[in-house]
Every structure is written in C-alpha cells, then in structure tokens.
Ligand binder design. Sequence first.
Ligand code: NAD
Length: 500
Amino acid sequence: MSISPIAGRHFVAGQWLPASKETFASRSPANHNEVVGTFPLGTPNVAHDAVAAAKAAFPGWRRTSRIHRGECFDRLARFIDRDTDNLAKLMAHECGKTLAECRAEVIEGLHMVQYVFGTARMPTGVIVASEIAEKDAFVRRKPKGVVAVITPWNFPFAVPLWMLAPSLLEGNTAVFKPSEDTPSVGQRIVELFVEAGFPSGTINLVHGDGSIGEALVRNPDVSVVLFTGSYDVGRRIQQISADFFDRSVAAEMGSKSAVIVCEDANLDLAVNAAVISAFKTSGQRCVSAGRILVAEKIVDEFAKRYAASVRRLRVGDPMDAQSFTGPVINEGACEKVLSYNALAKQEGGEVLVEGGRLSDASHKNGYYVSPFVYRMEHGSKVRSIREEVFGPHVALIPFKTNEDAVRIYNDTDYGLSMAVITESFRNMRLFREECEFGMGYVNLPCIGAEVHLPFGGVKKSGNGHPSAAGLVDVVTHKMAWTVNHGTEIKMAQGLSADVG
Ligand code: NAD
C-alpha cells in the first residue's frame, strides 16, 4: 500500500526539533521493503531536555482549571474521530495488525479520551466523617509531576492514550517514548495533542530504542514511570526506580493467559472463544491465550473442531478484509515463534495444526507465520506451556477435574487474563476465586478491554497498578484535608487543646 513515508521528529518544549544525523527506519512487517517513516534516534541529552521541559510546564498546567484541561481532551476526541480511518491505516501499515483490529484500537483510544473528558467535571475524592462534629474532612488528589510513558508496539495507539490521558487530565506533564517498532503512530498521537491545544511542555515526545527509555527512567525529575511491555524490561525499570524513593512505577507486562473449557461447555462457543483468544493479532496481545485447558472427557471432540477452525484462518495482508490476521512484528518475532514450535515438539507435544513461515509470493516479503496448535500433557518443567511466546502458538492441555484445571492454570509465573467456558455458576465461581489473574471472562475470549475497567495482572504480569482508568491512583497522590468550622479548637481522640 502507498502511504508517504513520515519524517519523524522529537517534540520538546512545544517545538518539533530539527532533523538529527542519527536516524532509524520503521518498516512495514507485511512488506519489509516498505519504509513507513524515518525517525531521529534519541540521545540522553534529548531525554534530559524533554524531562526538563515537562518539569517547567508542570506548575502552570496543574494550576489550570481541571475543566479547561478537560476541554483539550474534548478537542482531541473530535480530531481522533475525524482521523479514525487514516490512523487505522497507518497503524495496520506499521504494526501489521488487520485494518479492522486497528480501527477497533483507534476507537478504544478515542473512548479513553472521551472517558477522561467526561471525568474532567467530576474529580474523584472522598468526603469522610470526622470525630469532631465541627470538622469537615476530605481526601483529595494532587498530580505527582513529570510522568514518563514508555509503550510497546502491539497497541501503539490505545496503550499510550490509556497512560497519557489520565496523567494529563490530573495535571501531570508527560514525556512519551513510543516503541521503536511503531514510531509513526506515536508521532501522530503527539501531533493530535498539539492540534488540540495542549500547552507547550505538557506533552513531549522522544523517539528511539530502549536506551532512550532507560535515560528517562534514570532521570531523577521523573516522578512516575508508566510502562507497558515485556517482563524483563519492566523488572529493570522497577530495579532502577528503587533508587528514587518517592517514584511510582506502573508496570504492565507479559502473560501466558488461558481459556478453560469445562465439561459442560457450549462447544461451538468454546471453539470460537479459543480461536479468537489465541490467534487475533497473530497471538501478539498481552492477553493472548498460549494455553487452552480442556476437560478430558471432551478434549478429543474439542481438538477436532478446534483444529478444523484454525486451518480455515487466513493469514495475509493486514489491509485485505479477508485476512483474519496479519504478520508478526519483525524477524526476531518470527524466529522466536518457530523456536517455540520446535521446542513444543521436542517436549513431546502432539502437533494438531503444523505452523511455520509462509514464503509464497503473497507472503514472501513479510514476517508471516501460520498458526501452530499442539496437544500437550501438563508438566511443571514443560517450558513451551509456561513461557510467553507472543505469537500464533497454542497448546491444548487436557485436565481431569476442575481443581486440576486451577492448578494447571496457576502453574506459570504470569497472571494476566483467563476465560472460563461453562454453563455452571459453581464452576465459574471456583475459577474466579482460585485462579491468579487480573482480568477474567466467562463464556468469552480471554482478550478484550474497556477503558473504564482496570487493565492489568498479577505475578510477572503486573505490579498492581492497572492501566486505563485505574491509573488515576498512580499518577496522583491522595492527601487529607481537614477544615474546622467551629470557633475553638477541638482535637480528635480526646486530645487536649488547652495551652494553659
Ligand atoms: P519491550 O519490553 O521490548 O518494549 C517496550 C518498550 O520499552 C519499548 O518502547 C522499548 O523501547 C522500551 N524499552 C526497552 N528497554 C528499555 C529499558 N532498558 N528501559 C526503558 N525502556 C526500555 O516490549 P514489546 O516487544 O514492545 O511488547 C511486547 C511485550 O509487551 C509482551 O511481553 C506483551 O505481553 C507486553 N504487553 C503487555 C501489556 C499489558 O497490559 N500487560 C499490553 C501490551 C503488551
């Protein structure tokens, strides 16, 4: 497809910086000969300047009326709505997700912005009772300062907006570092913020790889780091941040999510949910199911229907409406998926659908990998069913009892999402109470987000600060505010106010 290549720039203190000598290119995963854009490679100096600009803008922005801050989001929502189709096309071109998925992601980002605008007139706080009748006591929130937003490539529009929107509405200022695989979408997001009239310095953009992200994390003037990406990087960011005693870090990381298909499941619904969970976005969602746990009594029938359904999936050009899914993001991702397919075989997996690199004429210039499905008995040392693959690779794992299913589900280091397919409220409750996860679904795929729900996980999937609306808790600190309406001082707990 032809979209003119973008000439990216850093955006610091309200200025698009001049082109720099050192650049990197973003290429389409559907055709690596197509350059989507060229971007400046950030340096520690640029990171420093961006943080300084955000720090300088913070006092003025936090004093701006919350309603006026909200109005910037109203304008932003209108511009996103206006540009939905172009944003979706750019995203599909740059990250390889199908156009329909990209459109849904733009709308998810739009919903976040609309939600934030809606809450602008309704700050969250609490009025609490005081022991002294004449006192009114409140819990109020204040913004924390400079927020560094470091994001992955797989949700290049919605995830940055989940983070930027609540941060800025609450009165923080931001430095945004998009993934080096999707800098064009990051650039468009900031252009829209600029068009919406966010004042100079409130939002800053730096492009580059992990080293520029790390330069932001090492900057002592950053009060909050909002990170979404892999566990290894999230852990490193938390380790570095431990040296900054009052910094908050929200880290949303990987998963080995699962669909649990109970003996009483509606099989058509179960197959549908399990296909969507494993293969939408070519398995490259943080919540993608790498495991389908199936009750032993129905596993043969389920496997037959599941394999037939997977074989019908079309892997192809993200712009083609017939494609169910597009390529994976880059050569490294292809190699990773193929190596885990080989590992699953070595570990004793029975292949139900053979997957591999697609290299015919319509796929040869892209990073296309077809779905791989195998049946595997659960074992605590079997790496292929415990580690995140982040690609079209899924195991069917039989279980005997629901209690076994709970044990198998929990036997990974991750805990992001799960779905249970059952007609029984008792089964549903057992899995809700006993499985370790942040997002649970019943008779649905284990993927899908709505911005007003917290999005996050436990164990190696998240450090307890879910994204989207849930982030308000991380980007603000709560303060107590007590006012005496009496004419004399009365203290709580019977403490004397007598000064003799
Ligand atoms: P990644 O961890 O490789 O990169 C994420 C971001 O971190 C990028 O912007 C990258 O440049 C930056 N980065 C890399 N090294 C850094 C460092 N040392 N310091 C600071 N920043 C650094 O992840 P990815 O490949 O872009 O995304 C895939 C991963 O993201 C998967 O593990 C997936 O499960 C996870 N993910 C999680 C969620 C969630 O909500 N839990 C959502 C989407 C993706």
